[in-house]
Design a protein around this ligand. Structure first.
Ligand SMILES: [Zn+2]
Length: 588
């Protein structure tokens, strides 16, 4: 991530806080005009996710909040001459999905151009034409990530036996003369550039030469734009723009917002850069923001937040601040998550600590990370920390106990981000410390392919152990990690997460009994984890997360009843309407 200029970001955050007053007064004025509802949805099955999991027939919405949640009669009694009325014809309604973990800016860039799942040249050409149609002349086309799913053909329960694919740059040469294009294979073992990009890098496309770069040829012996070697990234680093123009970022943001609306998501917990925060504010001012955002800068920026008087609850119901995100260890995908014992398939590797845990030579420094936590906690900020391996999770729980001892016990809602593999003895501490487990259930459908090979069966019992986490008394919160890594796509679609949590299978239904099936949870629990519990994790459960009178009118109308549909049917359930702040932002 780009390190922003601190003076600028402070100003941004302060300005965000100031929007609160204007939003509140605008709402007050609107609601005093008449008693009639703005929008009524009736004849539905409304799964409210209130404390009793009650069902209602109808809702009436007024001034962006629920005025009635109950019978058709009660809701329709607020019908006025200008009320919009929708007959749901028995459709199922849930509170808007609240995603606990997205990388919005990366997702927005990924959506703009990627060929991760592409398997043929015509599809590739079509995708390039599509991105060019949206870009001003001269803009770079970056990203790509081809080949990511080829490997799935080998040994993956989720595979579709794909052919290996590499883009043929000749086919896009003519359409991209004004758009330098530099793209990569998902694992960075190969890259491809068009002529415009090569020329921009000072390389002659007919006779390419560069330090530590091997230029590849096609079957007729002509250079084909593909290249390999350590010199490739340095060659393009100085010219390919490292960050896009603000106009392009805004366009990317709008595309990504449309994607979010399509899937009934009304709130996301984001970890993008400060430019993204500023774009959210700009769109919000123009009433173009269609998702509410909980925004988390890095843990090392606690002092900046303190100086700007940002703490838990800062911001407003559209853009919420007050939490920080830190990392303690690596990830499973690269076998860098930190474990007590070595990886089963790599006896010399126990994973790695992240920079805030170590000194400059990479050695663990006792108390360094804890120091950041103590300071941020004293400043009134919420802590959210990435921990994947069992040792990482365990060490973090020790730090939390230390926080209680030194700063006093209080309602911290510490978010254990990913909580992926836990040692058996640590489950009970999750409940004792009242943590929020910020998990992304679709990771499980992807990772189960190789989890046991890397950490063995015994440790796998504590992996993505949602039932045990919940039984410990911790709060289970769901999200996606959208858009995923360069090797796996984690779409924003909540149905994938609900499916993974209730089946513990790949999307193709493997293994048949589910992976460690005793850790499956019910669909009711999964919906709660994706709505109310994430609102709780954001300290917003009094205004979001359930369909109750007085709360913000954010909901999704679905094509199927999630309580009745088969697990497979979850995967094809669609969002008929998405409503945010009482406004229909997706659907007719
Ligand atoms: Zn993430």
């Amino acid at each position: 991530m780009k390190r922003p200029n601190p003076a600028k970001s402070l100003a941004l955050i302060l300005a965000t806080l100031l929007t609160l007053a204007s939003v509140v007064s605008a709402r007050g004025q609107r609601s005093s005009r008449s008693d009639a509802a703005d929008l009524i949805l009736h004849n539905g099955v409304i799964w409210t996710v209130d404390s009793k999991n009650s069902t209602a027939q109808a809702v009436a919405i007024k001034g962006g909040t629920f005025a009635v949640v109950g019978s058709n009669r009660a809701a329709l009694s607020l019908r006025g001459p200008r009320t919009e009325v929708i007959d749901l014809r028995g459709r199922f309604v849930v509170p808007g999905f609240n995603d606990n973990h997205v990388h919005f800016a990366s997702a927005a860039q990924f959506l703009e151009f990627n060929i991760m799942a592409i398997t043929s040249q015509p599809e590739f050409v079509a995708r390039v034409k599509q991105v060019i149609a949206r870009l001003p002349t001269g803009e770079w086309i970056l990203g790509g990530f081809w080949g990511a799913y080829d490997q799935w053909a080998a040994g993956s329960a989720g595979s579709q036996g794909r052919q290996s694919f590499a883009p043929d740059m000749k086919l896009v040469e003519e359409t991209t003369t004004d758009y330098p294009m530099f793209i990569r294979r998902f694992d960075d073992t190969q890259f491809a550039a068009n002529r415009a990009a090569l020329r921009a890098a000072g390389v002659d496309p007919e006779n390419p030469r560069a330090v530590e770069v091997e230029f590849l040829k096609d079957s007729q012996g002509r250079y084909n734009g593909h290249m390999r070697g350590r010199g490739v990234i340095p060659l393009f680093r100085s010219i390919a723009p490292r960050s896009f123009s603000r106009e392009r970022r805004i366009q990317q943001t709008k595309n990504a917002l449309a994607e979010i609306r399509r899937f009934g998501v009304t709130n996301v917990s984001d970890m993008s850069d400060d430019t993204q925060l500023d774009i959210y504010r700009e769109l919000h001012r123009k009433s173009e923001l269609t998702v509410r955002v909980h925004f988390r800068p890095g843990l090392d920026r606690w002092k900046e937040m303190l100086d700007a008087h940002v703490k838990i609850g800062s911001g407003d119901e559209w853009i919420r601040l007050g939490a920080l995100k830190g990392h303690i260890d690596g990830i499973m995908g690269t076998s860098s998550a930190r474990f007590f014992q070595p990886y089963s398939n790599d006896p010399n590797n126990r994973g790695r600590w992240r920079p805030l845990m170590v000194n400059e030579s990479g050695e663990f420094v006792e108390g360094k990370f804890l120091g950041y936590m103590l300071e941020a906690d004293r400043a009134g900020l919420q802590l959210t920390v990435h921990a994947i391996g069992d040792e990482a999770n365990s060490v973090l729980l020790n730090y939390l106990e230390e926080l209680d001892r030194r700063n006093g016990r209080r309602d911290r809602r510490f978010r254990l981000v990913h909580a992926q593999v836990l040692a058996p003895q640590d489950f009970k501490r999750l409940g004792q410390l009242k943590i929020v487990a910020e998990v992304q259930p679709f990771h499980l459908s992807d990772d189960m392919r190789w989890m046991e090979e890397r950490i063995g069966t015994e440790r796998s019992r504590g992996a993505y152990a949602f039932k045990s986490i919940q039984a410990s008394g911790a709060v289970l919160s769901f999200g996606t990690d959208w858009p995923g890594t360069s090797a796996s796509e984690y779409p924003i679609n909540p149905m994938l997460g609900l499916y993974a949590a209730v089946t513990r299978q790949t999307t193709r239904g493997q293994p048949e009994a589910g992976w460690f099936p005793s850790e499956r949870i019910s669909i009711e629990e999964a919906i709660r984890a994706y709505t109310y519990n994430t609102a709780y994790a954001n300290f917003e459960e009094t205004i979001k997360g359930s369909i109750e009178v007085g709360k913000l009118a954010d909901l999704a109308v679905l094509s199927r009843n999630l309580l009745r549909v088969s697990p497979k049917g979850l995967l094809t359930t669609e969002v008929v309407y998405t409503i945010v702040n009482g406004k229909i932002v997706h659907g007719k």
